[in-house]
Design a protein around this ligand. Sequence first.
Ligand SMILES: *[C@@H]1O[C@H](CO)[C@@H](O)[C@H](O)[C@H]1NC(C)=O
Ligand SMILES: *[C@@H]1O[C@H](CO)[C@@H](O)[C@H](O)[C@H]1NC(C)=O
Ligand SMILES: *[C@@H]1O[C@H](CO)[C@@H](O)[C@H](O)[C@H]1NC(C)=O
Ligand SMILES: *[C@@H]1O[C@H](CO)[C@@H](O)[C@H](O)[C@H]1NC(C)=O
Ligand SMILES: *[C@@H]1O[C@H](CO)[C@@H](O)[C@H](O)[C@H]1NC(C)=O
Ligand SMILES: *[C@@H]1O[C@H](CO)[C@@H](O)[C@H](O)[C@H]1NC(C)=O
Length: 934
Amino acid sequence: MRPCVVMIFSLLVVFLEATTDNQLPAVGDGGGGDDNGVTTNKCLDKERDALLQFKANLHDPDGSLSTWRPEEDDCCAWEGVTCDDKTGYHVTQLNTNSAGLVGEISHSLVNLTYLNLLDLSSNSFHGNIPRSIGSLAELRYLDLSGNSFYGTIPPEIGNLTNLQELSLGSVGRCRVENLDWLSHLSHLEKLALDGISLAKENQWVDVVLSLRNLSSLSLDGCELSQVVYPYSSSFLNSSSSSISFLSLRNNNLNSSMYGWLSPLTSDKLRRLDLSSNMLDGIPKYLGNLSSLEALTLDYNSAVVRFPDFLKNLSSGCTSLTLQYLYAQTSQFTGSLPDCIQNFSSLSYLYLSNNHMNGTISEKLWELSSLEEIDLSQNHLSGAISENIAKSKASIINLSKNPLQGVPYTNHMSNLSYLDYISLSSCKLGPHFPKWIQKLEKLTGLDISNSRISDIVPPEFWDMQFSYLNLSSNNISGEIPYLSSSYGGSTMIDLSSNSFNGPIPHLPSSLELLNLSRNKFSGGISSLCQIVDGFLQFLDLSHNSLTGQIPDCLWHFKELKVLNLGHNSLFGKLPTSFKSLIKLEALYLYENDFSGEFPLSLKNCTSLTSLNLGANKFSGKVPVWIGENLSRLYVLVLRSNKFLGTIPLQVCQLPNLQILDFSRNNLHGSIPSCLNNLTRMAQKGFLPLPNVHPYSATQYFNNIYSIHPYRTYLEYVDHAMIEWQGSEREFTRNLGLLKSIDMSSNNLTGHIPYELANLHELLALNLSKNALIGEIPQQVGQMNNLLALDLSGNHLSGGIPTSMSQMTSLCYLDVSCNNLSGRIPSSTQFQSFQPSSYNGNAGLCGPPLSGKCPGDEELLVGKSDGDWEDMDEFWGWFYIGGGTGFVTGFWIVCGTLLFNRRVRHAFFQFFDNFKDWVYVKMVVFIAKLRRIVHK
Ligand SMILES: *[C@@H]1O[C@H](CO)[C@@H](O)[C@H](O)[C@H]1NC(C)=O
Ligand SMILES: *[C@@H]1O[C@H](CO)[C@@H](O)[C@H](O)[C@H]1NC(C)=O
Ligand SMILES: *[C@@H]1O[C@H](CO)[C@@H](O)[C@H](O)[C@H]1NC(C)=O
Ligand SMILES: *[C@@H]1O[C@H](CO)[C@@H](O)[C@H](O)[C@H]1NC(C)=O
Ligand SMILES: *[C@@H]1O[C@H](CO)[C@@H](O)[C@H](O)[C@H]1NC(C)=O
Ligand SMILES: *[C@@H]1O[C@H](CO)[C@@H](O)[C@H](O)[C@H]1NC(C)=O
């Protein structure tokens, strides 16, 4: 929901700017010099020089000012420059909004004496705002927002007495000495000072009220909470302000601000935005504003009872004018009360992600103006009233509330305006809601996770959805066909149900198709029906599909995610994979695909996650992987029949975090260049490499409204990884893993010491190969390593003493080698089970029972009590199995607690578990120290 809110607000700003832009031509100019067609009218040399000087001060990486050339005499024809013939071809407007310019503003601008508009917004200007700007006496419109200026806002701006619009919002890290200069701008209509601290401006309300023409005021993030009583009493009796748009977001305001807000809120006020504050309610006078159309109170951090809030808001005439009420992601409690019926103009009601409980008043559905309702993510309960049939709304979102289903009545067909309804995670089941078929105009339906355990009536499949989500129910039966939407693309999610039979006939306009975790069987040739080229996301995993992938993917140029894992598909990947040039994630794990490493993937240069594991691929790992798939962060080829050597080009994948070549027939040595895998050697993670946003398309009914089902969807990579002897599924935290697994091949030679440079590696598994030589001394540098498995090789020599520094290590297996000598002592090394060291005839010392020569007295004097406690500890220390990966891992890997950084990065999601383990560990480690050092 967060992006929506931001969106709404930025749209609001855009809207205001759009209106002002429209007004501007009326303010003065007679059009640009070039629409005259007369070339003799050249701009003035002095002004031309001033513009060239302005450009000379800047970097212009986007080439936005490329038309500004000394050899082009007529500067009036330059991009962003407007001249006016009435003034004798003086430059009157300079607009380089969002031009990507970097640098400081040149003083030469003072020579553009006729300038009435200067818009430098949304660039990367830095330095001070030049004081000389105050000499551009004709300026009516000045916008410097969205830059990186610093220093003091020059009070000379107060000399620009013709200014009608002034935007210094988000100009960078600027401050104001005082606001006296502002009171000179008596023509000012619009003012934005967002992000500039007014904490010391005890009189700012006075100043603002003195601007008699001001209609729009934005003071977001101005630290207004620090101003105690920001006006003198002289204004209390004077006539009220002319402000119609007022935004005071993000000021830490609490309700004491209503003391000074009142002179600013007159009957002229149309839009009020108080988001991101700490208001514990609203005063009654806000219910008396006879023009208020929009009230926004998103991200408010104080608890407010919604019935009280609504009561105050409906105490006067505001209830007759209010059209937009936005209060999302705040702390509203209580029910949606009957007094909602007073809001006869209400069109948009957005209350998602609050703590509202109790019931939804039936009166809500009788409001004749209501078009969009979003009450999702609250605790509203009770049955949805059959009055819902009276609503004229086009969008209804009640998802994620413990609401009961909608009773079936014949009136449901009256919901003829309804375009989209979401009842996701409400209690609709067990029967499929038949009233849905009565909704003739419905194009979006989300009834996922709503406890339906039924079959779908056949007529339902005739409905034409652009978005259909039936996922996470227990719906069964065959699907005859999926219909396409009326126009545009189609998104269908039927995942996690019990649908069976063949993949249905598919609409050509699919953008998203998720049929995963069902019981579909048969072939997948119906994919060839998707020819419109919208497809971004295709997930058919966890079904019983067989056959080959049809060679018809030529239209899938937008495809980002393809998941066919956990089926019985076979054959080679078809040539048309070449056209998947935007593919980011390919997951084919656990099928019967065969043939060589697919050559057609050479063209899939956007791939970041490639998982071909658990198939029957054979042949060599191709050398082009390094060049063509350089964005990979996951490369999983485990459990195939790949042979040959590991190509050095694998080292050219700088983002690689997960390299899994295990269970193949690879031979030769481990490339020493693996230390070139910089992501494993350096700190830090790519920002969410495992999250693939695949539809951020948004479309709007009007400037305030967002179709909720179009905002943001994402796919998160997952992978089966062998972890400490068994396969585990990594999902959300896959992006935080850094591991190399080359186990169960036929690799020979030494372990290259360069591997030790991969300081950030968390797991290294080289077990079950034919490696020889010693464990490199440098391995001890890998101090983030959690799991190290070198078992089942021919390694010889001792365990390097440097390894006792590996304080994060919580799983070690060096069994079945030819190692010898004493096991180094450290907290870790003695805490591993003896089986970690078994099968090395020459190893000695704890935890093995075999003593090293000369160690006779080492354990003499241990108290039986200590060892008993330890046995008890081992009992829970090793219960890692059945309780799920997270729990198991935590228990086995308690030592993590001593490396805060790794712990935070890797386990930030599972925090509440740690305290318990921590207490246990502290007690245990203390005991262990006593025993070992005795
Ligand atoms: C303004 O133009 C005059 C005449 O071309 C020039 O001498 C002067 O340096 C310019 N001023 C600035 C600040 O560039
Ligand atoms: C411009 O503003 C400055 C500072 O506010 C002031 O000292 C100066 O007199 C003003 N100049 C004109 C021409 O008004
Ligand atoms: C709503 O929540 C409040 C506070 O948690 C609780 O006291 C009240 O009983 C709840 N009301 C309903 C109808 O569940
Ligand atoms: C392969 O990729 C290139 C560059 O991305 C693209 O121009 C070409 O059309 C692709 N080939 C096919 C068969 O789609
Ligand atoms: C590894 O990196 C070094 C230094 O950046 C470079 O010279 C070498 O060619 C790289 N090796 C491979 C196989 O990519
Ligand atoms: C492993 O490699 C050796 C030497 O190249 C060879 O003799 C042996 O047969 C290979 N083992 C397997 C299982 O491929």
